[in-house]
Design a protein around this ligand. Structure first.
Ligand code: CAA
Length: 389
């Protein structure tokens, strides 16, 4: 029985910062951000959007009545969670009107959280072939103003329905994972901003890729020529180029050319959004599926997930016949193209704003409403209130 990704939805707030303008303000050559880092625009979340509302919006864009009836497991991967106790999945379950007899949980391991969800969902569907699972990856990436990480911020969510006989991608069950206790990137409970050892995080990402790729090859006997394309966790799009170059260093020219040929399509969306942590790999996969005109049905795609701290995994899936009919390219392009540009003053003011941390009530300013349906309306008596409009 094939198990895998039946549907994939994406959401990002409808405001962004232009990377060339940000570079100029920081006194940096614009090409450093647009070419050296590889980002053109960076999504910024307003206060009435958080990891929960963005995930709900991504899910609302794909769920139909059959999904709502059959989903009995909601797995919410995030490193921007809004409560130490209650999972974001419980709110999303409610906001998306999924039937009640379901399990709803949150998973955390930096940017690896959604992949953990995907793997658990596969196991669940293998045991319960008539069930479906909803896997979410939703985050706001914040490093702070004037930091090296600033051009690699972003905000957004991906939602995936996992089922048997999936219409987009059947996932192979022979991946290779690795865990090592390192401090390359982390966010202590008291901090709104991530801490990062930038260069070390890049090196760790690449060394995890090397090790899990070797292990994957050993387990599966597959080589680069078995892959039509490879998608990577994308903290910024240049990272995938570094990753591809490291994998294809000694590869036959035709493999290197084919894989590099798909690279542009696999970064189109991420270039416009920035890092969305748990959702980044899946946003890249969505970008590849929707933007590529030459991705044969039945071809195998490699996927590399990396969550600092750190856990890495290399896995793969096979593109299903007729997959193009189940994508929403126009919706995603219009979501990205119809956003409003923030001035740098607006961006700087917003980035430093946060919801009250002293338990006082607040109504969020939802007048400047976005295209999403779900949003945070208020915090009252320490309870977060969400609505779907
Ligand atoms: N034109 C073109 N390119 C230029 C340029 C110019 N004028 N000026 C500089 N560049 C290039 C540099 O040569 C460099 O390219 P290479 O990496 O290929 O050498 C690139 O621009 C970046 O320049 P620096 O290395 O000098 O940049 P930096 O030190 O200011 O910061 C960073 C880069 C370390 C990625 C920083 O943005 C950061 O800390 N980001 C957050 C951490 C991160 O994203 N880590 C990724 C791995 S960890 C992970 O994947 C998990 C996660 O999601 C966080």
């Amino acid at each position: 029985m094939n198990i895998g990704i039946d549907k994939i939805g994406f959401y990002t707030p409808d405001q962004y910062v232009d990377m060339e303008k940000l570079a100029e303000k920081r006194g940096v050559e614009p090409a450093k951000y647009t070419i050296g880092i590889g980002q053109e625009r960076m999504a910024v979340a307003p206060l009435h959007e958080d990891a929960v509302s963005m995930a709900a919006n991504a899910a609302l864009s794909i769920l139909d009545d059959d999904d709502r009836e059959k989903i009995d497991f909601v797995l919410f991967g995030s490193e921007s969670g809004v409560d130490h106790s209650k999972s974001g999945a419980v709110w999303v379950h409610h906001l998306t009107d999924i039937q009640e007899n379901a399990r709803s949980i949150e998973l955390k391991q930096a940017c690896y959280g959604a992949t953990a969800g995907l793997k658990m969902a596969m196991g669940h569907v293998a045991l319960n072939p008539d069930s479906k699972a909803l896997v979410l990856g939703s985050d706001i990436a914040k490093y702070g103003l004037n930091t090296p990480g600033e051009p690699t911020q972003g905000a957004g969510a991906v939602a995936m329905v996992i089922s048997s006989n999936p219409r987009l991608m059947a996932l192979d069950n022979d991946s290779a994972a690795m865990t090592k206790d390192i401090s390359d990137f982390w966010r202590p409970l008291y901090s709104d901003y991530a801490f990062v050892d930038g260069k070390f995080s890049n090196e760790s990402y690449l060394s995890f890729l090397k090790e899990v790729w070797e292990k994957y090859k050993e387990k599966t006997d597959r080589e680069l020529n078995d892959f039509e394309a490879i998608c990577f966790h994308l903290p910024y799009t240049k990272m995938a180029k570094k990753a591809l170059l490291s994998l294809t260093e000694n590869a036959p020219e035709e493999d290197a050319e084919r894989l590099m040929g798909h690279y542009q399509n696999s970064i189109t969306y991420n270039k416009q959004v920035g890092n969305v942590y748990t959702g980044s790999l899946y946003l890249s996969m969505l970008s590849l599926l929707e933007q590529s005109e030459e991705l044969p049905e039945g071809s195998r795609i490699g996927l590399f997930s990396y969550g600092s701290g750190a856990v890495g995994e290399f896995f793969s899936g096979v593109i299903q016949p007729g997959y193009k009919a189940y994508l929403n390219k126009d919706t995603h392009e219009s979501l990205l193209n119809s956003r409003q540009e923030l001035s740098l003053d607006e961006y700087e003011e917003l980035l430093e704003k946060s919801l009250p941390k002293d338990g006082s009530d607040i109504e969020t300013n939802s007048e400047k409403m976005n295209k999403g349906k779900a949003y945070l309306t208020a915090i009252q008596d320490n309870i977060r209130k969400y609505e779907v409009k």
